[in-house]
Design a protein around this ligand. Structure first.
Ligand code: 2AM
Ligand code: CA
Length: 266
């Protein structure tokens, strides 16, 4: 690539990065206005176990308007408003990841925005407004929490590991429901968490708060931004067989020393 081109590309991603940062902070303020105001918080059921609130809809509309208004050539894929035709270069958005936590006034929910360019995830932002934690990551350039670089843990023994999972599969009434896997892992590890927002839990592995996270049958918008941040914190993102890369059907995120042991348990 010509130096001029790479400088231009660098400038462009810098602009994208600043746009994501501003939009996610504004979206967080909007979501927080809805948070804990159960009066007037309209909600609907996608299924008996799957809620969508007025906040999910309004926050996604806000993000979509801002991003597509500023960059009309980039596509958009959001949980609530769906996919545009352009998906090689697009924003990937979950307006509220952890809707059930949000709806119950708990703190573990987040807004997730990723940018895919030429088919590759390039940038990720995850903001947890109730915790006031903003994670930003860019491929090859590292990741931060509230401006400070994040690094995954160095825990190398399962019996010292703090791990985390989720049960979206149970909510979807799937037969392959993660309970056997959870039992196997829980018996070998020091402690377990289930926070309810896959995007945030992946960032927590990148940030060393957790040593490993796995979940199955998710959607790309749940995990795209978290994958960028986890990887840039030094974590490995693979499927349950250990194959490197992001597969929303089987997401395993671990620090490097624990990766093989976690693959063996999957
Ligand atoms: P959500 O809050 O945006 O729905 C929690 O286990 C994780 O699973 C969250 O990221 C949650 O995202 C996601 N999730 C919950 N129900 C789901 C379903 N039925 N299908 C896929 N993902 C789901
Ligand atoms: Ca959501």
């Amino acid at each position: 690539m010509q130096p001029g081109n790479s400088m231009q590309e660098g400038k462009r991603t810098e602009n994208y990065r600043e746009t994501i940062r501003q939009v996610i902070l504004q979206a967080g303020a909007l979501a927080k206005d809805f948070f804990r105001k159960s009066t007037g918080l309209y909600f609907d059921k996608k299924s008996p176990k799957d809620l969508v609130t007025e906040a999910d809809i309004q926050v996604e509309k806000f993000i979509r308007n801002q991003l597509t208004g500023k960059y009309p050539k980039l596509g958009f894929w959001g949980e609530e408003t769906g996919k545009s035709d352009e998906l090689e270069n697009c924003w990937i958005v979950d307006p509220i990841d952890g809707t059930h936590s949000f709806f119950r006034g708990q703190y573990f929910w987040s807004i997730s925005i990723a940018l895919k360019l030429k088919g590759e995830l390039q940038l990720g932002a995850v903001f947890a407004p109730a915790l006031d934690d903003l994670y930003l990551g860019e491929i090859g350039k590292g990741a931060t929490r509230n401006g400070h670089p994040v690094f995954c843990s160095r825990t190398n023994a399962l019996n010292e590991a703090m791990v985390c999972t989720g049960f979206a599969c149970l909510r979807s009434d799937l037969k392959d429901n993660n309970l056997d896997r959870f039992t196997r892992v829980a018996l070998k590890t020091r402690d377990q968490r289930r926070c309810g927002s896959a995007a945030l839990e992946m960032c927590m592995v990148g940030d060393g708060q957790l040593d490993a996270f796995w979940e199955q049958h998710l959607n790309l918008y749940d995990v795209a931004a978290g994958a960028v941040i986890a990887r840039e914190g030094g974590a490995i993102v693979s499927d349950f067989g250990g194959k490197n890369g992001l597969n929303p059907e089987q997401v395993l995120v671990t620090n490097p020393p624990l990766h093989q042991s976690m693959v063996d348990l999957m």
